[in-house]
Design a protein around this ligand. Structure first.
Ligand SMILES: [Cu+2]
Length: 319
């Protein structure tokens, strides 16, 4: 879910669109096709086969490394939304959170703005207090994203809010899952990074590295975190692109508020290789990726990423 504070009437339409992320239909979530797997010490496997997250229900706090395998036909990511209360259960979402979203959405479609406002007035107050603790960047079908993030104890919602071909949010198709982070820390320390990326709302990306072919580890420092025009924050996504790619089309696509933004199909010529999803101000996340020779781009899932300096390209040469 995206995070909204101080809702202003002029932005209602946009906010309602955002809320649609969790204004789910009552679609049944996908049956798990495999037991949760923690393959090796401290590496948490997450698998998506359709609109699902197959992974553990419980994690230790502190640093955790995730290997997110996208075995589906669409691009996804995951972000760890920390809920403000451990006592939030599925019925709080299905019985109390979703109905006002669904009702409000109907009124919006009927252009009954006052009724929509009234419906949204019954959204649980905790919705505004969700915090983000990172995750992966966007990852293409068949690829695996590896991210290391630091989690504090509490109850989380792992989610993906990419949109399907029909424009509906993946979240609404069941792509969310509660995960409890217990008050017992891992013994994981992040592996030293090869490259540092600093992200801020004022300076954009600061990145001077020269990635080489082979494994590259990136450290992402969130100097700040603020809501942008799309009511969400900034992050880092790494993509490889070929001669058919158009970076302007990617910039457009990386704004979910655009009709075909953050929606299947993805822009031609780009392969999404993960990255680091939104973290709070002062937090740090790591991701690693094997690179071969070619053209790459780092870009935020944020409107006007180019104008904000949240877009950097680099070239990897054969060693
Ligand atoms: Cu998804």
């Amino acid at each position: 879910m995206k995070k909204f504070k101080k809702i202003n009437a002029p932005y209602l339409g946009f906010i309602l669109l955002a809320l649609f992320t969790i204004a789910c239909k009552t679609e049944k979530k996908q049956e798990k096709q495999a037991e949760p797997v923690q393959k090796e010490s401290n590496v948490i496997e997450v698998v998506t086969r359709s609109m699902d997250f197959q992974t553990v229900d419980t994690l230790k706090s502190g640093w955790n490394t995730f290997a997110y395998k996208n075995l589906s036909g669409e691009a996804h990511f995951f972000i760890m939304d920390k809920l403000p209360s451990d006592s939030i259960v599925e019925s709080d979402i299905t019985d109390h959170l979703l109905p006002p979203f669904e009702e409000g959405m109907k009124y919006l479609i009927e252009e009954k703005a006052d009724s929509a406002m009234a419906a949204f007035g019954s959204i649980p107050a905790w919705f505004n207090d969700v915090k983000r603790y990172g995750g992966t960047g966007l990852i293409s079908p068949g690829e695996t994203a590896v991210s290391t993030i630091k989690l504090v104890p509490g109850k989380y919602m792992m989610e993906c809010y990419v949109k399907a071909l029909n424009g509906e949010w993946h979240t609404s198709h069941g792509m969310w899952k509660f995960i409890t982070v217990v008050d017992e820390a891992t013994n994981v320390s992040p592996v030293e990074a090869d490259h540092k990326i600093s992200v801020s709302s004022t300076e954009g990306y600061t990145f001077e590295g020269q990635p080489k072919s082979g494994k590259n580890r990136f450290k992402v420092n969130f100097i700040d975190q603020v809501p942008h025009e799309h009511f969400s924050g900034h992050d880092v996504n790494l993509m490889k692109y070929d001669a058919t790619a158009n970076i302007d089309s990617l910039v457009y696509w990386m704004n979910w508020m655009n009709p075909t933004g953050l929606r299947t199909p993805t822009p031609k010529g780009f392969t999404f290789l993960g990255g680091m999803n939104n973290c709070e101000t002062g937090e740090t996340g790591y991701f690693e990726v094997d690179l071969d020779a070619g053209n790459y781009i780092l870009i935020s899932e944020t409107p006007k990423a180019d104008e904000k300096g949240m877009l950097k390209t680099f070239v990897v040469n054969n060693n």
